[in-house]
Design a binder for this molecule. Structure first.
Ligand SMILES: [Fe+2]
Length: 214
């Protein structure tokens, strides 16, 4: 006897999905080269700060306040990706009509450098642009791993269901923007290469535009 013969109806909703989006920038090599040069210039004048990074350099302040062409180009690309994903998950709001604060910083991870697990509280979307990602033959070097925010999932491991996997790791390539909700816990595996991994991470926070007086 099939399900259809037992039940009048049978349906299932999949609730509480978490989007993870990836965009590859066209002809990104020129942009990456310019960003690396600008990063080298910034590092000569900015000691950097300690955040989730362990080892390496994390630029101070909002990198998108920097008027350099390459930084402003990335700002426009990140904004387009954020608008695209926002429209993908909601047809009820035009993100271009909201006020969006975009703040970003550059990370340079040398060999052994990694980022401890963290979220980006207070923002809506968080993203990472990969400026340089060393090639690796095998292992987890350079991977970013996302951890499922739902509790009690280890109990579900026996069912081997994709919808209930505990974590998901990816190794983005240079030229990729990875975008995810800011509540999503993530961390970065240590760089095992002698070449630096360079990324620009950012947070986007929306608010309703202020009504004009009068
Ligand atoms: Fe992060």
């Amino acid at each position: 006897m099939t399900q259809q013969q037992i039940f009048d109806t049978a349906e299932a909703d999949f609730l509480f999905a978490t989007p993870l989006a990836r965009f590859t920038v066209k002809d990104h090599e020129r942009l990456d080269k310019a960003l690396l040069a600008e990063g080298a210039r910034l590092r000569a004048i900015d000691e950097g700060v300690q955040k989730s990074n362990r080892g390496g350099w994390h630029s101070e302040g909002n990198i998108f306040d920097n008027p350099a062409d390459c930084i402003q180009e990335l700002r426009a690309l990140a904004t387009s990706a954020i608008h695209d994903l926002t429209r993908n998950i909601s047809s009820k709001v035009d993100p271009a009509k909201l006020t969006m604060k975009l703040s970003g910083w550059m990370n340079a991870n040398p060999m052994g450098g990694f980022n401890a697990p963290h979220t980006h509280p207070g923002a809506h979307w968080s993203g990472v642009y990969y400026v340089n990602q060393p090639d690796v033959e095998e292992g987890n070097s350079g991977m970013i791993e996302f951890l499922d925010p739902r509790s009690d999932l280890p109990n579900w491991r026996i069912l081997r269901a994709d919808a209930f996997r505990l974590k998901k790791k990816i190794r983005p390539r240079a030229g990729e923007i990875v975008l995810f909700p800011s509540y999503l816990m993530h961390w970065v595996y240590p760089n095992e290469s002698s070449e630096e991994r360079v990324t620009i991470a950012f947070n986007a926070t929306f608010r309703k535009p202020r009504k004009k007086k009068g």
